[in-house]
Ligand binder design. Structure first.
Ligand SMILES: [Mg+2]
Length: 352
């Protein structure tokens, strides 16, 4: 996503949203800081150093504080943003007049409020769209990297949901993509962003999917976190590198999800369970039955099928070995097998 932070509405006291914006830059989003003399969260993050990061001032989402709502909306308009996400206080809503109400309605807006203010907020908010308001997480101990903080997660999801709503209420089919062995070379518990290596044909295949209108959602099992081999922040760093490498080829991933648990943890999100896909579908308004999951393991295609859609196995990564044993049990094998992602995408686009 290209995110424009409306600096004038984000004074230093708004630490939570400022830290979450730093986290979004660390997750590989393009974050620009507009107006406001006050310094961005971290000077060392080049992407947060100013609007230079957003050529032509184009952004998908504008993020601001609720205190200068009209200014935030105007910035969003200037940047041709499609959605606005606000850090909003109950006191700010209580002071809203006609200009603020206009500003709220002028963009696909949503807000994040503090849990402790929820009751007061609900009273001030009466009659407005409750499904456009979310809660910040309860205060958490500071993470060593903002990318892995609950605040960043909440802000990223709020931006994704606001953008999905902008596209309308109709559910859309998506393509769910495994990461290792499907998009990038399989290296076994990869935790070094510098080692990310796109597989041949991947950028063009993803661009074709984008042009056909498919949201691109990466769903990845990262049990190395649960096994104590690396931190969630390292996973975010690798994912950020993937985002940036693909962006160089004109590809923007719609969302990245990963499961940090071990197989024995029995979570709902680890593939072959469909939890990650179901959650993404709820956030992004996706039609699971019409969606396709592409991966180099049976657990990938099984997750897609468990969510109600189709699964395509690719012969890259572990794919050849997995193909050899595909169909050996209970008929839950892939719907199709392709040489690589490019061939899988070709198959999908031909069938529509
Ligand atoms: Mg894989």
């Amino acid at each position: 996503m290209r995110i424009l932070a409306h600096g004038a509405s984000l004074p230093a006291a708004r630490t939570r949203v400022r830290s979450a914006l730093t986290g979004l830059a660390q997750r590989g989003h393009e974050v620009g800081w507009l107006l406001g003399g006050d310094t961005p969260v971290r000077r060392d993050l080049a992407l947060l150093s100013g609007v230079r990061a957003l050529p032509g001032l184009h952004a998908d989402v504008v993020v601001g504080g609720g205190g200068r709502l009209v200014g935030t909306a105007l910035c969003g308009w200037l940047a041709q943003a499609r959605a606005m996400v606000l850090d909003l206080g109950a006191g700010e809503v209580e002071r809203w007049g006609a200009p603020e109400r206009w500003a709220w309605d002028s963009l696909h807006a949503s807000a994040l409020v503090d849990e402790s203010e929820a009751a007061r907020f609900a009273a001030a908010w009466r009659g407005r769209d409750h499904d456009r308001v979310g809660l910040w997480p309860a205060a958490s101990p500071a993470a060593d990297a903002e990318a892995a903080s609950p605040e960043t997660e909440v802000l990223e999801r709020a931006c994704e949901r606001a953008l999905a709503r902008h596209r309308g209420r109709a559910l859309r089919p998506a393509v769910f993509l495994d990461r290792d062995g499907t998009l990038i070379r399989e290296q076994g518990y990869l935790s070094d962003p510098e080692a990310v290596e796109l597989l041949p044909g991947v950028p063009r295949a993803l661009r074709n999917l984008m042009e056909a209108g498919y949201p691109l959602v990466v769903v990845s099992n990262q049990s190395g976190v649960g096994r104590g081999m690396f931190t969630a922040a390292r996973v975010h760093a690798v994912m950020a590198q993937l985002r940036r490498r693909l962006r160089e080829h004109g590809v923007e991933l719609t969302s990245i999800r990963f499961c940090p648990h071990r197989p024995e943890d029995g979570c709902a999100c680890r593939k072959p369970r469909p939890g990650m896909l179901e959650l993404a579908a709820e956030d992004l308004q996706l039609a699971l039955r019409d969606s396709v999951t592409i991966g180099d393991k049976r657990i990938d295609t099984a997750a897609g099928r468990a969510a109600g859609g189709r699964g395509v196995l690719v012969r890259t990564g572990y794919g050849r070995d997995e193909e050899a044993r595909a169909g050996d049990r209970d008929g839950d094998g892939p719907d199709h097998v392709s040489d690589d992602l490019a061939a899988a995408v070709e198959w999908l686009l031909e069938r529509g």
